[in-house]
Ligand binder design. Structure first.
Ligand SMILES: [Zn+2]
Length: 96
């Protein structure tokens, strides 16, 4: 995914439209797959490329960090699939 732009990338002339997407995140060295649903994004109707706002990208990183760690430091966790609802997680973060 890339940061939201007014127009799509490269030669594509599509205009990304607001959408809610689900995405699976994996990381080299980690056996944990994190599936995050209801991510507010923009999708290009022409080529299907998805775009994120910076704030959304930051929040996604925060959600993934406990499972995928930071650069060069991946936590040693057993194989697992984690499902996170982005919208619900946002409510918890704000309430804390
Ligand atoms: Zn496009």
């Amino acid at each position: 995914m890339k940061i939201l732009r007014q127009h799509c990338t490269g030669d594509c002339r599509g205009r990304p439209q607001p959408a809610c997407v689900s995405q699976s995140f994996t990381r080299r060295g980690s056996r944990v797959e994190v599936i995050i649903s209801r991510i507010p994004a923009s999708l290009c109707p022409e080529c299907g490329q998805s775009f994120l706002e910076e704030e959304t990208a930051r929040r996604l990183e925060n959600l993934l960090r406990p499972f995928h760690g930071t650069r060069g430091h991946v936590p040693d966790l057993p194989p697992a699939k984690i499902y996170i609802d982005f919208e619900e997680a946002g409510k918890i973060q704000r309430a804390a």
